[in-house]
Design a protein around this ligand. Sequence first.
Ligand code: AHM
Ligand code: MG
Length: 335
Amino acid sequence: MAKRISLTRYLVEQQRVAGHIPSELRLLLEVVARACKSISQAVNKGALGGVLGSADSENVQGEMQKKLDIIANEVLIEANEWGGHLAAMASEEMEGIYVVPNRYPKGEYLLLFDPLDGSSNIDVNVSIGTIFSVLKMPEDDRGVDEGDFLQPGSHQVAAGYCVYGPQTTLVLTVGDGVAMFTLDREQGSFVLTQENVRIPEDTKEFAINMSNMRHWDEPVRRYIDECLQGKEGPRGKDFNMRWIASMVADVHRIMTRGGIFMYPWDKREPNKPGKLRLLYEANPMGWLVEQAGGAATNGRQRILDIQPTQLHERVSVILGSKNEVERVTSYHSTL
Ligand code: AHM
Ligand code: MG
């Protein structure tokens, strides 16, 4: 029988054998995974748990919050605040940072998350997920503040997402490639189901919200227009399109079979660099994609090299199969 490797064992081996992660980081990742299991349960119960529908409140981005957005946020905070591994947390659903209360010991890590990505899909039973990123406190820092979170994505020490779909799958990197774990509900544990995830360099599948086409910038228009021309066009092949409206689910498909995902800047709100958030959406996804051999840019620059200036900063996102991302990025410099 094939050996079953639990997330716990995988992390212990990363710590002990591979020397990639300190024990505090291992603890942190186990706690995040445990929180994801609770969120998965709540998502699964749906209407039976009374968790569907709107919460009648707005988050800092002016978006209506769903009950499950708030529940997922609370689950992550409560699970992580007391373990002694964190200094503070930041979330899409909270305006400011959440500093670990003084009654608990403080650690050297910072945890950032989008507790439940793909909010518009919650009530319609389509895949949603949790995205997270882990940074270290800058050295010699005396007290934690928002500025400590403003580090480029290249400083991340761990990143991952958990997709709540037909299966609950946790996808993780600590800088040594990407591993996938599937939740075994009977055992209550995440089991390693794929190591060394690789995104094919080429693809015939793109993901973008086509309803925004008239608002796009010229380079994105050119790229999609060439894809749509199929075999008869300059690309000489037919393309397929997918758009789930949950970044986690779209990225998971790309991790599994390749593709390109774009949520570019557009003219609807010209002063916003994009819709997605840099620190807890684009950075963790960008690093995971790079660790799997793909690429992630904002059209002009590698996402992980962007120096953030605000906690909830937005960014234009182009990520996935390397050759396609490089093509779209090159269109930005030639047009
Ligand atoms: P959310 O974090 O509020 O759920 O918003 C992010 C989501 C992404 O998961 C998804 O790619 C995008 O918004 C979908 O946007 P749209 O509805 O404009 O297609
Ligand atoms: Mg989101």
